[in-house]
Ligand binder design. Structure first.
Ligand code: C5P
Length: 247
C-alpha cells in the first residue's frame, strides 16, 4: 500500500465569519489557522503529500509554506467543498494539477503511483487542533475497514424534527455521532463514491455521506475534546483560549 495522502479543503470564503479575510488565513497565536492545521498534519508523520485546495488569490502565499510543510501541493478550490475535495482527489494519483517541482518532497517516498488501496485523508483547513492520535487512528481504521471518520458524541439529547419544524422523535444518544474531520478512505472506494455522487448530483456536507450512499458502513474513531471547526467569531476566541490553556 502506498503511503497516505492528505487533502485539505481550504478554499472557502468564510461568510459565517462576517466577511473580510477568509477565516483559514486569520491568525491565532500569530500563525494563520491553515498553517497550524497543515503543521498538525505534518507532525503526525503519516503523509507522503499534503494537498491543499485554495482559491487562486491565496495560492502563492500557501505555496510559499512548502519550506515548513514538506510534501505540500496546491490545487485550485471549487465552487463548493465537494468540488474542492474532488480537485484534491484528482491530484492524488497525478491526474490533476499540482505545483511543478514540489511533488513529492518527503525523502524516500518515491513517485506517486495509482494504487487503489492507498488511504486518502480529508481534513478541514479550519480544524487546527487535530491530534496525531486522531490522525493515526483514523488512517489505521480506513486501512482496515475502507472508510473511517472522527466523530464526537453529543452531550445533549438529540431530537428529530418533522415537516412542520416541531419535534417528532428523540434519538438514542448512544447511536448518534457528530461527524468531524479527519475522514479517511481507501482511494478505490472514494473514487467510486465520488462517481456515484456526481451522477446523482449529490454534494453533501461531508465526504463520509458519499460513501454511505454506496451502502458502505463507515467506521468511527472517537474525537478528542478540542478538535473544533473554527466557524464563527466566537470560535475564534475559543481557539485563542485553547491555544493558551489547553495545549
Ligand atoms: O464552510 P465550511 O466551514 O463547511 O468549510 C469547511 C472547509 O471547507 C473549510 O476549510 C473551507 O475553506 C473549505 N471549503 C473549500 N471550498 C469551498 C468551500 C469550503 O475548500 N468551496
Amino acid at each position: 500500500m502506498s503511503r497516505p495522502v492528505a487533502i485539505v479543503p481550504a478554499a472557502g470564503s468564510g461568510v459565517r465569519m462576517g466577511g473580510g479575510e477568509p477565516k483559514q488565513f486569520r491568525e491565532i497565536g500569530g500563525v494563520p489557522i491553515l498553517l497550524r492545521t497543515l503543521t498538525a498534519l505534518r507532525d503526525a508523520e503519516v503523509f507522503e503529500r499534503i494537498i491543499v485546495a485554495v482559491s487562486d488569490d491565496e495560492r502563492a502565499r500557501v505555496e510559499a509554506w512548502v519550506r515548513e510543510i514538506p510534501g505540500l501541493v496546491c490545487v485550485t478550490g471549487g465552487e463548493e467543498r465537494f468540488h474542492s475535495v474532488k480537485n484534491g482527489l484528482d491530484a492524488v494519483d497525478g491526474e490533476g494539477e499540482g505545483v511543478p517541482g514540489v511533488i513529492p518532497t518527503v525523502p524516500g517516498t518515491g513517485s506517486p503511483g495509482s494504487d487503489d488501496e492507498r488511504v486518502v485523508l480529508v481534513h478541514d483547513g479550519v480544524r487546527p487542533f487535530v491530534t496525531a492520535r486522531e490522525i493515526v487512528e483514523v488512517v489505521a481504521a480506513a486501512e482496515r475497514d475502507g472508510a473511517a471518520i472522527v466523530c464526537s458524541q453529543p452531550v445533549e439529547t438529540v431530537k428529530s424534527l418533522g415537516e412542520g419544524g416541531g419535534i417528532v422523535e428523540t434519538l438514542d444518544r448512544e447511536r448518534v455521532r457528530l461527524a468531524q474531520t479527519p475522514q479517511a478512505f481507501q482511494t478505490g472506494l472514494f473514487h467510486e463514491a465520488y462517481m456515484r455522487a456526481e451522477s446523482e448530483t449529490y454534494v453533501g456536507t461531508d465526504e463520509a455521506s458519499l460513501v454511505e450512499r454506496l451502502g458502505y458502513v463507515v467506521s468511527v474513531v472517537e474525537a478528542d475534546r478540542w478538535n473544533i471547526k473554527i466557524t464563527t467569531p466566537e470560535d475564534f476566541e475559543l481557539a485563542e483560549w485553547i491555544l493558551k490553556e489547553r495545549r
